[in-house]
Design a binder for this molecule. Structure first.
Ligand SMILES: O=C([O-])CC(=O)C(=O)O
Ligand SMILES: [Mg+2]
Length: 543
């Protein structure tokens, strides 16, 4: 027997290890005579395409993932644009709504309010405690724009982690999808005999707080190398628990910070393209937020920090931002406001309340209109035309998920701006033909950010995730476009390049972590950028 040595990196030092022996060929007769993996990927694709509904496709893929993770992830990587909308937004939304009906087998970890006081004993039941590096945790209270889905929210934790594995090469056994069952206020589920969660209303704030304190304390103790991504908590709790736990723990909130980073990145590239006509840098744009929940306010804060880094005072930066919520323009004289909206409330408007979006556009004259309202179709043709009337290249981002809740379609945005729109949505839309040109919609979804950010957090073993790291992920994404992509007016890179994109983002985030002094893998500090990038690529799991 010959022994082959292969080089690898450990703590920044190149070492050698014995190459694994080729697996024994399958015993003759137990597989078909001419089985071939590459042909099998095509076979799976053919089987997938034969399903007539998206939900059936979702079920097919989750069975495939269970039976053969390597084939599943190979399929994902080779056909990212086709697979992503099934395992993730928008189909994952439908899968969550129906989760208790399509349920096949346990996947992930359920921690319920009845475990309060003994959460540790639930966490230690996880079969791969030592491998755990990343958990996506939801309480199901605001799944995409679909509202309180209770324990059915598990589907979103599973979907996000599939993208971590496919998009950033996190090892499958390092991931833990978690759903916290704190009850649900959705009566339809409480009445549903198939519903898999506790049949009770959501617990009161104080009880949730005690539960969350115990949960995070035990998570960091049972899984000391774990990063936690909070996902789809209702707005108040999203802000509250991010602030409560982010100091000294590697936690981040995908809806506030991930969405903030991805939208900033799209705005940077949109402003670059728009400036050819308007000569206006992003810092001079006026941004109107239609929707003031966790995502809207998260994006507004991300934008603020970009503005101030680029020379505006805090006051100047704040003046560029206008929030609209369900009661119209957010301004001081309107009366009491929830905490997360106060900072952006306008003091230069005295009333009366303006609720009509067209009137608000007329008053603000925004250069960019961002939809984070979960009100499908809120950007009517008149709204789109109004934006086109005041901007040569209007920036219109209907970001609500899933696709049915998008504020407008790409087609409407193209037609009513005569092809001039700079567009990104949260969920995917098909490209459009206009005047003989193909126009491409951007997908401003946090899926571009979290895989690379999480990979960086794991590799650099960070003690916390700073604003500067989130900012670095955003700028990293904005700068990763190829010249071919820029020439096509794309705002985001093609999703098929996700591994390359994630590696680049991870490098930028690790550098930011080092600057902030929150990295614990000090050996990465002395690597050159090229070595760090190679190290990141080598660490990615390959199906
Ligand atoms: O999951 C997605 O597609 C993006 C997201 O975080 C959300 O909409 O809550
Ligand atoms: Mg989310």
């Amino acid at each position: 027997m010959t022994i082959t040595l292969i080089p690898y990196w450990h703590n920044g030092v190149q070492k050698l290890k014995v190459a694994p022996q080729a697996p024994h060929p399958p015993k003759q007769g137990l597989t078909p005579p001419t089985f071939d993996v590459d042909v099998h990927i095509e076979r799976c694709l053919m089987q997938l395409r034969s399903k007539t509904t998206n939900l059936e496709k979702y079920i097919y893929l989750s069975q495939l993932k269970h039976e053969s993770p390597s084939i599943f992830y190979k399929l994902c990587l080779e056909h990212m644009p086709e697979i992503t909308p099934i395992i993730y937004t928008p189909t994952v939304g439908e899968a969550c709504v129906n989760f208790s009906h399509i349920y096949r087998r346990p996947e992930g970890l359920y921690v319920s309010i009845k475990d309060k006081g003994k959460i540790r004993s639930v966490l230690t039941n996880w079969p791969k405690v030592d491998d755990a590096r990343i958990a996506v945790v939801t309480d199901g209270s605001r799944i995409l724009g679909l509202g309180d889905l209770g324990v059915n929210g598990m589907g979103i934790s599973i979907g996000k982690l599939s993208l971590y594995i496919a998009g950033a090469g996190i090892r499958p056994e390092s991931t833990i999808p978690i759903c916290l069952d704190l009850g649900t206020n959705t009566q339809r589920y409480l009445d549903d005999p198939f519903y898999l969660g506790m049949r009770q209303k959501r617990v009161a704030d104080k009880e949730m707080e005690e539960f969350m304190d115990e949960f995070v304390r035990e998570m960091t103790s049972v899984f000391p190398k774990l990063m936690i991504q909070f996902e789809d908590f209702s707005t108040d709790n999203a802000f509250k628990y991010l602030e409560r736990f982010r100091k000294g723990n590697p936690v981040f909130n995908d809806d506030i910070q991930g969405t903030g980073a991805v939208v900033l990145s799209g705005l940077i590239n949109a402003a670059r393209l728009a400036s050819a006509a308007s000569k206006r840098p992003l810092t001079e744009h006026k941004i109107l937020f239609f929707g003031a929940g966790s995502a809207g306010v998260g994006v507004a804060h991300q934008l603020m920090s970009f503005f101030t880094i680029n020379g505006l005072t805090e006051e100047e930066a704040r003046r560029q931002i206008y929030l609209v919520d369900s009661q119209g323009l957010v301004y001081d004289a309107r009366g009491k406001l929830p905490e997360h909206k106060k900072y952006f409330s306008r003091d230069d408007y005295q009333g009366p309340p303006i609720t009509d979006l067209l009137e608000i556009i007329d008053y603000v004259r925004p250069t960019a209109l961002l939809g984070l309202s979960t009100i499908g179709g809120a950007f009517t043709n008149e709204v789109i035309e109004a934006m086109a009337l005041i901007n040569p290249r209007p920036i219109i981002f209907p970001l609500s998920n899933p696709v049915t809740l998008a504020e407008c379609t790409f087609e409407d945005a193209v037609v009513h701006t005569r092809g001039m729109v700079l567009f990104a949505s949260g969920s995917p839309f098909p490209e459009q033909q206009y005047n003989g040109n193909t126009l491409y919609p951007g997908q401003g979804n946090n899926m571009y950010i979290f895989p690379g950010l999480g990979l960086a957090a794991i590799l650099a073993r960070v003690s916390e995730i700073t604003d500067s790291m989130v900012e670095a992920s955003s700028l990293g994404l904005a700068n990763v476009l190829t010249s071919e992509e820029t020439a096509l007016d794309l705002l985001y890179p093609r999703i098929g390049r996700i591994r390359e994109i994630s590696a680049h983002i991870a490098k930028e985030v690790i550098r930011a972590a080092q600057k902030a002094g929150v990295d614990r893998a000090h050996n990465l500090r002395k690597m050159s950028d090229a070595d760090l990038l190679r190290f990141i690529n080598e660490r990615m799991w390959q199906p």
